[in-house]
Design a protein around this ligand. Structure first.
Ligand code: NAD
Ligand code: IPM
Ligand code: MN
Length: 355
């Protein structure tokens, strides 16, 4: 056990961010107990910060975020806060994912027992979308060029960038129990190698790296068919690896199969830094109304604990969430909101931790 404790940067964010992050901080503190000291350092960043100061994250804030043992981030962004080029001004992804070189975006998609998903029948859904997080189409962030008649955003794949994320996916598959359908350790490469040269390059590198992992089955899907199969046959999947923009879209599609965006955490992970957040956004329409599902943020805190090397703390959090659902203390409505509100979910998880 780490006796010095941990300094965690906390970005409450915009919209539902502060209520979610408050919930996750309470759960993490309770799960850590007396054995692991967690010190939170709240940082100001996001769309409201941009509106007030003209920048979503100051250099000083960024330097402090880099210095922490880990970061718990709430969703940021407000659709009305725009830059002159028409894109949103309050987002942090470009700054943090690029700036901290968190080249993996690990998004576990799991249907928990007791959660009523929209798919028919008894489903066993448990896979991880590994989204490349620093290049692909998103490298064009802030760099698009154009005029009043045409605009271009370019997609870039580098050999180093593809190799490192693909390797991460294979290592992850080795540690997991395999696909729910057949227990096979499998990595699915998702691309559009039928149409675009950059994706053919991604697939070629995937196939090269796959040879280093003969114990893991490889699999290919074009991205359009992958969207279909994630809904129709999710049990087939174990780990999926894909380019940044594809991962953005397909992770929200997959989230719909396990009770909605509010069930899904994500880890932005690099060799030197990592931060953890829900996969969804700031849901401004439901902010401050006790309607947000905090499970995504609570499970992000569990991923943070794992990353710190405190896996028992992460396991305790995940077990408490499962117990909350199994006991019927947490119920998510088809709208994605918890039946008894955000705070009731926090109480149920903390109650399950203590029982
Ligand atoms: P969103 O994910 O905020 O919301 C999509 C839908 O899901 C809405 O109906 C919302 O009410 C619902 N929803 C999301 N999270 C929920 C939760 N925990 N519980 C219950 N319902 C939930 O996406 P959007 O509306 O497209 O974007 C809103 C803002 O968030 C934008 O500014 C966008 O750029 C930003 N955004 C930020 C992040 C991030 O910080 N990582 C991620 C995605 C979007
Ligand atoms: C996500 C979000 C971000 C993305 C936005 C807010 C920049 O949708 O984390 O999935 O597109 O990566
Ligand atoms: Mn997204």
């Amino acid at each position: 056990m780490h006796t010095g404790g941990y300094d965690i940067g906390v970005v409450p964010g915009d919209g539902i961010g502060p209520e979610l992050v408050g919930s996750a901080q309470e759960v993490l503190t309770a799960a850590a107990g007396d054995g692991v000291e967690v010190r939170f350092h709240v940082e100001d960043a996001g769309a409201d910060t941009y509106r007030r100061t003209g920048t979503a994250c100051s250099d000083e804030t960024f330097d402090r975020l880099r210095s922490y043992d880990g970061i718990l981030k709430g969703p940021v962004g407000l659709p009305g806060v725009r830059r002159p080029d028409g894109t949103e001004g309050g987002l942090l992804g470009g700054l943090l994912r690029g700036g901290l070189d968190t080249y993996v975006n690990e998004r576990p998609i799991s249907l928990l027992p007791g959660v009523d998903g929209p798919l028919r029948g008894e489903r066993r859904i448990d896979h991880v979308i590994v989204r490349e997080n620093t290049e692909g189409l998103y490298l064009a962030r802030g760099l698009g060029v154009g005029n009043e008649r045409a605009v271009v955003d370019q997609l870039l794949m580098t050999r180093e960038g593809v190799e490192r994320v693909v390797r991460y996916a294979f290592e992850l598959a080795r540690r997991r129990p395999g696909a729910p359908a057949d227990g096979v350790h499998r990595v699915t490469c998702v691309d559009k190698a039928n149409v675009l040269r950059s994706f053919a390059f991604f697939r070629r590198i995937f196939d090269e790296i796959a040879e280093e992992y003969p114990d893991v089955q490889t699999d290919h899907r074009y991205a359009d068919a992958a969207g279909h199969d994630l809904v129709v046959d999710p049990e087939h999947f174990d780990v999926l690896v894909m380019e940044n923009f594809l991962g953005d879209i397909l992770s929200d599609v997959a989230a719909a199969t396990v009770g909605g965006l509010g069930m899904c955490p994500g880890g932005n992970i690099g060799d030197a830094h990592a931060y953890f957040e829900p996969i969804h956004g700031s849901a401004p329409a439901i902010a401050g109304r006790d309607l947000a599902n905090p499970v995504s943020q609570i499970l992000a805190a569990a991923m943070l604990a794992d990353h710190l090397g405190e896996r028992p703390v992460g396991d305790r959090i995940r077990a408490a969430v499962r117990t909350g659902f199994a006991r019927g203390d947490i119920v998510i409505l088809p709208s994605g909101s918890p039946k008894d509100g955000t705070d009731a979910v926090t109480r149920a998880v903390i109650g399950a931790l203590e029982s």
